[in-house]
Design a protein. Structure first.
Length: 68
């Protein structure tokens, strides 16, 4: 997921995406622990996407607090 794609999402979509990515990361970690993960780079991609989503959410909250 590209950074611009994350920025284009709405607040509700970002929250849903964060939950989805956190759940996916959990399952990838389980598969890695049981040696069933075919592509170990997938966990890295998911972690980065989750970080992007969290960063955009934090930036939006900071802008909202600053404008009040």
């Amino acid at each position: 997921m590209k950074p611009q794609e994350v920025r284009d999402l709405g607040d509700a979509e970002l929250t849903a995406k964060e939950t989805e990515l956190a759940d996916e990361l959990f399952h990838l970690r389980l598969r890695r622990a049981t040696s069933q993960l075919a592509n170990p780079m997938k966990a890295r991609e998911v972690k980065r996407d989750l970080a992007r989503v969290k960063t955009v959410r934090r930036q939006r909250r900071a802008v909202q607090k600053g404008s009040k």
